[in-house]
Design a protein around this ligand. Structure first.
Ligand code: WT7
Length: 644
C-alpha cells in the first residue's frame, strides 16, 4: 500500500469478531453503540459526565466561546470520585489497588484502606503548607504511595506533576522549574532487575540545581524506618495523621487536576495540563466503554504511572469505575519470562493493556511462557502506543487471549488525555492492524497539508475536528497551527495530531506513524510503520525500524534495522526474507537498501523506538544526547557495526 490503496471494501478475511459471551455482557452493546453514534456529540459526553458525582451540576456540556470549557459551572473532586463514593456505596471492602512488588511481595488496598491513607497523607500535605493550586512533583517508581500521593493531591486541589523515576536529576530539575513546583515527593530508591537503585541522590541533586527551596517528602522503600535526613518521612507523616479526614476540595470542572510532560519522542518535551471534570469524565467513560470495566473487574494497565497511559488507565479511570487496578513494580522478564502471566493468573486479571513493543517481546520469548499459566480470567486485551502489526495481533489473541478475547487497539496521545480512536469491544468487529473508528462523541478526519479532506484510502494527516473533554488545557485556547496544535480550516476547528493515517471504506483508521517518520523515496511517500509491519511479518523477525537515508538521486533510500527472534541468526538468508517480505507487501520501491541486524532497537523508557537516532547513525550525523534512552548502549553498538 503506497500512498494508500485501502479503497477496496470489506474483505471478510480481514475481520475478527468478539465472542458472543463478551458481546452479551458488554457495557456498550452494538445497539448502545449505534444509539450513541446517532446522538449529538455533546450529548455523548453528557453521558460520560453523568458517570461522575458532581458537587454542583454543570450548566452546559461545553462552552466554546473562544476558549473551550467542558462542563462549565460544574464542581467536583477527583479523589471523591475515585474513593469516597465507592465506600459510601458499600464497596469499602473491595480491592482498589493490588501492588505486585519487585521482590515478589504483594499488597492489596481496599477502597476504605486507600481512602484512609489518602486522607492521612492529604492532611499531612496541608500541614506542610501545600495549598490549592500548588503544584506537587512526584518522582517515584511503581509503588502504591504513588497513586496515594496523586489522590491526596487531588483531594486538596493541588495539581500533581509525576516525573518518571527513570529520568535523570537534570530532567527532574527542568521539570520542577517548568511546573513551578516547590514540593517533591520521592522514594529513597527501588529495585530494578533485583538491583537497588537510589532515587534520593538524584532528587537531592535536582533540588540543589533548582536554586529555590524544595520541600521533600521521602518514601522509604529500601531502608526501614523513618531515617530520611533533613527531609520528611512519608511513613511518619502518615502515622502522625492517622485517622485524619480531609474534606475533598470542590474543584471547578476546568481547574487543573495534573500537569504532565509529553514523552517527547520527537522534539522537546512540553508541559501539558489536564482538567478535573473534562479529563475525569473522558477517562471514566472510556474505561467503561473501551475497557468494559465494572466494579468487579481487575484491570492491569502495564504502563508506568509516570506516563499518561498510567495516569488515565492505571489510576483515574479504573478507580473512578470502582474496579481493581494492578500496579506492577517489576519488569516482564524478571525473575523469569513468565512473570506477567503468573501475575495475571494469581490475580485473575480480566483486562490486560500493554504496548505492541511488549507484545513483540513476548512473541520473541515464545508462547511456552503464557502456556504455563491459566489465563482464562482474561476477557479483553488492549494495546496502545504504536501500530500493532497483524502478526503480533494474532499472536497476542491466540497465546494470551486464548483465541477468544477481543483486542482493542486504542489510539490516543498525552494531549488527548484518553482514548479517542478504538473499536468498542462489545459492539464493533476488529480489523487487525487498524484501530477502528472514532469513539462516539469524537470526530476525526484525514487531511492534506491544507487541511482539506483526502479521499478514502488516501494517506494524510490525522486531525480531530471537534473538541473532546479529555483535551489538554492548552488545546482549548492555543491556535498555533504550525506547532501541531489547533486552528481553523474553512471555518472548521481542527487539531493536528502529528500522525499520518489512512481511513478505509469502513471508516477504520490505519495509523502510519508520526508525520515526521514518513519517508520520501523517488517522490513517493512511504510510511515507516507500513514497511516495518511488512518486515516483522518475515519469518524469524522480532522487531524492526526503518529510516530514510540521504541519497542525491532518489531523495532517500530505506534503511532497515532488524532484531531477529531468539535463536534466529541475522544472516544473508534472513536479509533476503526481509527484502522479499517488503517487496511483496508494498513493492520494490520500499525494499530496504541496507538491513542491519541488532539485538535490540533504541527505545525511550516508555518503549517507543527512537528512529531519530537510527537516522543519525545511518547518515553519519551527530547523535546528541542519548541519555533519555532505556538502552543507550545499543546506539553505540550500532554505530560500530555500520563503521565496519
Ligand atoms: C503517540 C502519542 C497515549 C498513549 C501512549 C503514549 C502513537 C498511540 C497508538 C496506536 C498507532 C499510536 C501516536 C501518537 N500511538 N497509540 N494505537 N496506534 N500509534 O502517548 O507519548 O503522547 O504518544 O503514540 O503516534 O501520536 P504519547
Amino acid at each position: 500500500m503506497v500512498n494508500g490503496s485501502r479503497d477496496e471494501t470489506t474483505d471478510e478475511r480481514e475481520w475478527e469478531t468478539p465472542p458472543i459471551s463478551f458481546v452479551n455482557g458488554a457495557n456498550v452493546t452494538a445497539a448502545d453503540g449505534d444509539a450513541l453514534r446517532e446522538m449529538d456529540w455533546p450529548a455523548c459526553w453528557e453521558c460520560a459526565a453523568d458517570l461522575l458525582d458532581w458537587n454542583r451540576p454543570f450548566d452546559a456540556v461545553l462552552d466554546d466561546d473562544g476558549v473551550t470549557r467542558w462542563f462549565p459551572g460544574g464542581r467536583l473532586n477527583a479523589s471523591y470520585n475515585c474513593l469516597d463514593r465507592h465506600v459510601r456505596d458499600g464497596r469499602g471492602d473491595e480491592a482498589a489497588v493490588t501492588w505486585e512488588g519487585k521482590l515478589g511481595e504483594s499488597r492489596t488496598y481496599t477502597y476504605r484502606q486507600l481512602l484512609d491513607e489518602v486522607n492521612s497523607f492529604a492532611a499531612a500535605l496541608r500541614d506542610l503548607g501545600v495549598g490549592e493550586d500548588d503544584v506537587v512533583t512526584l518522582y517515584m517508581p511503581m509503588v502504591p504511595e504513588l497513586p496515594i500521593a496523586m489522590l491526596a493531591c487531588a483531594r486538596i486541589g493541588a495539581p500533581h506533576s509525576v516525573v518518571f523515576a527513570g529520568f535523570s536529576a537534570d530532567a527532574l530539575a527542568t521539570r520542577l522549574t517548568g511546573a513551578d513546583s516547590e514540593y517533591l515527593i520521592t522514594c529513597d530508591g527501588y529495585y530494578r532487575r533485583g538491583t537497588a537503585l537510589y532515587l534520593k541522590g538524584k532528587a537531592d541533586n535536582a533540588c540543589l540545581s533548582v536554586g529555590q527551596e524544595v520541600e521533600q517528602i521521602v518514601v522509604n522503600r529500601l531502608a526501614d524506618g523513618d531515617s530520611v535526613g533533613d527531609h520528611h518521612s512519608y511513613e511518619k507523616l502518615v502515622r502522625d495523621h492517622a485517622g485524619a479526614e480531609v474534606a475533598p476540595v470542590e474543584r471547578g470542572s476546568d481547574d487543573l487536576l495534573f500537569l504532565i510532560y509529553t514523552s517527547g519522542t520527537t522534539g522537546k518535551p512540553t508541559l501539558v495540563g489536564h482538567t478535573t471534570g473534562g479529563y475525569l469524565a473522558h477517562v471514566t467513560w472510556t474505561s467503561r466503554a473501551v475497557f468494559d470495566l465494572d466494579p468487579e473487574d481487575t484491570h492491569w494497565c502495564s504502563a508506568d504511572v509516570g506516563w499518561i497511559t498510567g495516569h488515565s488507565y492505571a489510576v483515574y479511570g479504573p478507580l473512578a469505575c470502582g474496579a481493581t487496578t494492578i500496579l506492577y513494580e517489576g519488569t516482564p522478564d524478571h525473575p523469569e519470562k513468565n512473570r506477567l502471566w503468573e501475575v495475571i493468573e494469581r490475580n485473575e486479571v480480566d483486562v490486560f493493556y500493554t504496548a505492541p513493543t511488549s507484545v513483540r517481546s513476548f512473541m520473541k520469548w515464545g508462547s511456552k511462557y503464557p502456556a504455563q499459566h491459566d489465563l482464562s480470567s482474561l476477557r479483553l486485551l488492549g494495546t496502545v502506543g504504536e501500530p500493532i502489526d497483524e502478526t503480533a495481533w494474532h499472536w497476542y489473541r491466540e497465546h494470551v487471549g486464548g483465541g477468544e478475547c477481543p483486542i482493542v487497539d486504542t489510539w490516543w496521545q498525552t494531549e488527548t488525555g484518553g482514548v479517542v480512536l478504538s473499536t468498542l469491544p462489545g459492539a464493533d468487529r476488529m480489523r487487525p492492524g487498524a484501530v477502528g473508528r472514532e469513539l462516539p462523541g469524537i470526530e476525526a478526519a484525514v487531511v492534506d497539508e491544507m487541511g482539506k479532506r483526502v479521499a478514502i484510502g488516501e494517506s494524510g494527516r490525522l486531525v480531530l475536528t471537534q473538541p473532546w473533554p479529555g483535551m489538554a488545557r492548552s488545546l482549548c485556547t492555543e491556535t498555533d497551527w504550525g506547532a501541531r496544535r489547533t486552528g481553523t480550516v474553512d471555518g472548521e476547528w481542527q487539531y493536528d495530531t502529528g500522525d499520518n493515517a489512512i481511513r478505509d471504506a469502513d471508516g477504520y483508521f490505519h495509523l502510519l506513524g508520526r508525520a515526521d517518520d514518513v519517508l520520501n523515496v523517488s517522490g513517493r511517500r512511504l510510511s515507516t510503520a507500513e514497511i516495518e509491519s511488512a518486515i516483522v511479518g518475515a519469518d524469524g523477525v522480532s522487531e524492526a525500524a526503518v529510516v530514510g537515508g540521504t541519497d542525491t538521486v532518489t531523495g532517500s533510500k530505506v534503511h532497515a534495522f532488524v532484531s531477529p527472534e531468539s535463536n534466529v541468526a541475522g544472516d544473508e538468508a534472513l536479509r533476503k526474507r526481509v527484502r522479499s517480505a517488503v517487496e511483496s507487501a508494498i513493492g520494490p520501491i520500499a525494499v530496504p537498501e541496507t538491513v542491519t541486524f541488532t539485538p535490540s532497537l533504541p527505545k525511550t523508557r516508555s518503549g517507543k523506538v527512537v528512529r531519530r537516532y537510527l537516522k543519525a547513525i545511518t547518515n553519519g550525523e551527530d547523535l546528541g544526547d542519548t541519555s533519555a534512552l532505556r538502552n543507550p548502549e545499543v546506539v553505540g553498538e550500532l554505530e560500530s557495526l555500520l563503521d565496519e
